[in-house]
Ligand binder design. Sequence first.
Ligand code: SF4
Length: 403
Amino acid sequence: MSAIVESSTAGSFDEPAPSALLLLGQGRDLFSERGVECIGALPAASDPDLVERARGARAALGERAFILGHHYQRDEIIQFADVSGDSFKLARDAAARPDAEFIIFCGVHFMAESADILTSDRQRVILPDLAAGCSMADMAAINQVEDAWDVLTDAGVADKTIPVTYMNSTAAIKAFTGRHGGTVCTSSNAEVAMRWAFDQVGGRDGTGKVLFLPDQHLGRNTAVLSLGLSLDECVVFDPHRPDGGLSREQLTAARVILWRGHCSVHGRFSARNVSDIRERVPGVRVLVHPECKHEVVTAADEVGSTEYIVRALAAAEPGSAWAIGTELNLVRRLAAKNPDKTVHYLDSTVCFCSTMNRIDLPHLVWVMESLVEGHVVNQIVVDPDEAHWARVALDQMLALPGY
Ligand code: SF4
């Protein structure tokens, strides 16, 4: 079972019923990263007093609340964040604040789940808009992944396979990974995680395999560019095709089985974007996130996680020109924080994380004012058994070298 949410002052949680695919932000499908609605009277976005209301509610909550803002959030949210960062940094920041009664997570659903897993039972994690999901996390549903494991079992390769799941996955997928002896990884430590996984099953030159969930691009870029495997040693498991679209021979020969998932933001960048910016801006350095396609990453000058991108820009030579392939809110802030460098956006059109951007000032004001009035809204609660096994996989990541 996946995370459930609470939007009332009552002590028990409603058990949501799974439903068909819903339009973003409408209806109720609490087992999904998308298609859920926020119940509540949000202030109007046009309310001229919104910022003042946010300041007032923030001051009233004081130390009882800790507000986390993901790097991809809007500026109107980041101004109220006590700390900003990538998803794992924020989950750890939340765990480091055991005295905060409310963790207001301005990110997406899987991030709030991870924060709930890593914080104490006494703390309540709140997602200001329940429709703030992640399209990538939604591409690996737990029933699909369990069916895939059955396919690997029937092909005789499951006992030689270790699952590695990206942080950007649901708690259910992290729990699956923990149950099967695997680990969570981030975009910063995917290489270490994949090497560790191969070591559990006889090394990467043997018959051992990694099932990499849910981002095929991070998995492929790590396997090929960091571990030196060939593209032919990576196969893609498509959950929408019988047996993942793979034969027994392909599964037997593969070293890395990539899940057919991707980020709808980073997946937009193309090799053409890279050649275009090089033509327009001679000498530009192209820096992209590893969730980008393999051809984009190989055409770029540097590849790195969100935190790497932030550090690289800060350390860059004054006067240097950069084209950044990641979410636009972050790129805009990097440009503002680095006025001595020229920062270009790699895509020619805007590219926000649309679900992350659902969290706006009206939602933040609504949750904070509700808390001030004693109403806990939009609480994210992970099922205890799921939380236990997800924690096993998260703890395995923390035990990897480098943490
Ligand atoms: S940027 Fe991509 S991976 Fe990150 S939350 Fe948005 S859709 Fe998910």
